[in-house]
Design a protein around this ligand. Sequence first.
Ligand code: FES
Length: 169
Amino acid sequence: MNPSAHDVGQLLRARNGAAQVSLLSLLSEIQERYHYLPHNALVLLSETLDLPLTQIYSVATFYNAFSLKPRGVHLVRVCMGTACHVRGAPRMLDETLGLLGVEPGQTSKDGLFTVECVNCLGACALGPVVVLDGEYHHHMTPAKLRKLVASVREAEEGAPAHAEAAVHC
Ligand code: FES
């Protein structure tokens, strides 16, 4: 789905005008809607908010929550920090990648999952930690992970087909 002036305009109107709009909240909404920040959406934001495009890109690239490249519908973050590493994160990462048929930073062919490796998710005592769409799953095991992925796939059953795979890092 490509953003249009209409889409961005709707977001702005929903916030009662550009003056009160928080750039961060708009970027979050665009990210949520498209699973990344398409360039043309950022151009439209720049024009509408009368902010330099460089300023918008500077904010967009500062926060890890934003992506300038397409992501899958669901984001899987596997912690590879030291605490998780010693508790089995490498096995968890291998399991995740094998299950979804991707490399780190890639999106599954069905467009459902993007896998990212991160250095620490701030829950070191609970490792290995996997975060799916912002929800923490601790003391992960390959069996728990398979169940989690299967439950997402089940929930998505019947949903329209998603985009082809894309490489992100
Ligand atoms: S090292 Fe994994 S949460 Fe900190």
